[in-house]
Design a protein around this ligand. Structure first.
Ligand SMILES: *[C@@H]1O[C@H](CO)[C@@H](O)[C@H](O)[C@H]1NC(C)=O
Ligand SMILES: *[C@@H]1O[C@H](CO)[C@@H](O)[C@H](O)[C@H]1NC(C)=O
Ligand SMILES: *[C@@H]1O[C@H](CO)[C@@H](O)[C@H](O)[C@H]1NC(C)=O
Ligand SMILES: *[C@@H]1O[C@H](CO)[C@@H](O)[C@H](O)[C@H]1NC(C)=O
Ligand SMILES: CC(=O)N[C@H]1CO[C@H](CO)[C@@H](O)[C@@H]1O
Length: 214
């Protein structure tokens, strides 16, 4: 009887697994690696992913590392942008065999060679200075496109303008903020040789009004 039950259990375990992918799952909010448990992915998830997100604000660096089941839309390579004093880069390892996201992927290091592009630059959030419409930055590495957009997280709005990689630009800003809790709005490519329309952004309108009336 015991033997029979054991085989039933093993059998159902096999059936439950079926063709589903198995991936490692873990999150480290303060570092570049993590080890976790093996999980069986939902049928809708076809890749195992490992994502390293690095942010720099002024001189403060933060690294977030996550391993999970995912879809090919969660795969970002060479996705970085620089906006004012803020820089974010996101790199993803995406693979399709069981537990292929274990271990520690190798990531490209930051390329700080100037590439000749200049873009309007701004990082405007709660507690930071309003955007200066004249401000530009020189772009480096693979960040050859000018983009602008805003992100909303928990009701707070942050406005970004700056240099982005092609992958970042193609993702319409989402690659910088893969978190489900962050919504990208009002994305557009900007042209370094055309003056930005400040009124695109609500905080800027507030700032303009202040300038006009006081
Ligand atoms: C990202 O780059 C790595 C290494 O260059 C490569 O193995 C991987 O296939 C790339 N992933 C995507 C989604 O382009
Ligand atoms: C990412 O950048 C590296 C180095 O420039 C390049 O070799 C690689 O092809 C790029 N990957 C993608 C997906 O663009
Ligand atoms: C770094 O960026 C420069 C300028 O875009 C480029 O010429 C160079 O090939 C890049 N180096 C690497 C290792 O990707
Ligand atoms: C940017 O503006 C210049 C000059 O007006 C124009 O030649 C170029 O095609 C524009 N680029 C984009 C991406 O709109
Ligand atoms: C200032 C501005 O352009 N705001 C727009 C941002 O995008 C939302 C919808 O995504 C619009 O409703 C806003 O008007």
């Amino acid at each position: 009887m015991k033997v029979f039950l054991t085989s039933v259990c093993i059998f159902s375990a096999l059936v439950a697994t079926g063709n589903s992918l198995i991936c490692e799952k873990c999150t480290n909010l303060h570092g570049p690696s993590c080890t976790g448990v093996s999980i069986t992915c939902d049928a809708s998830k076809s890749v195992c992913i490992a994502t390293l997100k690095e942010t720099f604000m002024e001189n403060h660096k933060r690294q977030i590392f996550e391993k999970a089941c995912g879809t090919t839309e969660d795969c970002w390579n060479n996705s970085s942008m620089t906006a004012g004093k803020f820089r974010v880069s996101v790199n993803t390892l995406c693979c399709t065999s069981d537990l292929c996201n274990n271990g520690k992927p190798k990531w490209l290091s930051v390329n700080s060679t100037l590439n000749g592009q200049t873009c309007p630059s701004c990082f405007y959030s709660v507690n930071s200075d309003p955007c200066d419409d004249e401000e530009t930055i020189s772009c480096s590495g693979l960040e050859t496109e000018c983009v602008q957009f805003a992100v909303v997280k928990k009701g707070f709005l942050t406005e970004l303008r700056g240099c982005a990689t092609e992958q970042m630009s193609n993702s319409r800003g989402k690659a910088a903020f893969p978190e489900k809790s962050v919504h990208v709005i009002n994305f557009s490519k900007s042209n370094s040789s055309i003056r930005l329309q400040c009124s695109l952004f609500l905080p800027a309108i507030g700032f303009l009004l202040l300038k006009l009336f006081f």
